[in-house]
Design a protein around this ligand. Sequence first.
Ligand SMILES: [Zn+2]
Length: 404
Amino acid sequence: MIEADLVVHNIGELVTCEPAQGEGTLGLLESAAVAAKDGTIVWVGPSGRWQWRLEMAPEAMVVDAGGCCVLPGFVDSHAHLLWTGNRADEHAARMRGQPFWGGGIMRTVRLTRSSSEDELQAVAERRMRSFLRHGVTAIEAKSGYGLTPEAEEMLLRVAGRLAATSPMRVVSTFMGAHVVPDGVEPGEYVEQIAEEMLPRFRGMATFCEAWCDPGAFDVQQCRRILRRALGLGYQLKVHASEVAPGEGPRLAVELGATSAEHLNYLRDGDARLLAESPVVCIVCPGSTVSLKLAAEGSARALAAAGCQLAIATDFNPGTSCTENMCLMIGLACLELGLSPEEAIKGATLGGARALRLQRQCGSIRMGKRADLLLLDAESYLDIPYRLGVNLVDKTICNGQLIAA
Ligand SMILES: [Zn+2]
């Protein structure tokens, strides 16, 4: 007998994301059950057998899935979680044809700098609860709206507290190289990141990221920052070719980055180069659609070349202020040309790979975290079909049922 303190049984369609465990690329099982102990999956099998195989703890939770579809928790591998304020007015101006009204990233930076740590923490906790309701059980928390050593450190401290207190898996990224703050000379800012911030934040962030695009940092500046980060033990991420074709994708491959993110534009040969590398390509359907760049067709090209893909919200105050992963999957299919299977895998196991969490998260098998989503649907195919509807009915995160 296997000891368990949680079982979800009567699952109509279990999407394991482990092809060896079931049918097709998503490893589908019918009439299945999943059991966990202390937040870790201990058994996956036919629903009719769980009572024979499991020895349930006295306080165990038994969940009847009622024949619904169950997925692994979503892993949101690209999220600007930490900032304050609201730029709905700016967004509305853009819809009305005034694309440069409002102040953009620096407006959020000024507001975030003037917020207290407690305020920022409260805002982030509220967002995390919403992410959980949308089925996100592991998330990235990027800094990058402070842009001074003190303000960036405050953001990373908040990320650390979220990681320590939430059932969600939270992974911190230091993104001082988001934009050059107003009133600072770009070369001096790059050196401040490399020589002051990176050594100071070692141990506070798993990843260091730089934005390689016009209006952000050029390839030499990104290389300077990321090489220094690598030397200090950070893993690397590259915000690449979001607003223009550029050197970012090649830089990600050159430096052995974990991921290249956005990739709205590809130069000749980029997709093949990325496919032949271990770099995970993070596609952000919300901002791609918001910037009206879906017609570039880069996500389809990456998939066709055989790249490892992740799908993320790119939660941010400017171009994609949404935590709805079901919507991201729908947009990835309808606007970016991915198949439902590619999009679901990107939102789960692909996201886990992009955060180096694939040993713990992103699929349903023994030994992984018990992060399970019970859908208000019989099949994962309903996610792109019911466009924009949050079909997550119940979220189980690290073995705990999250109250809606
Ligand atoms: Zn972003």
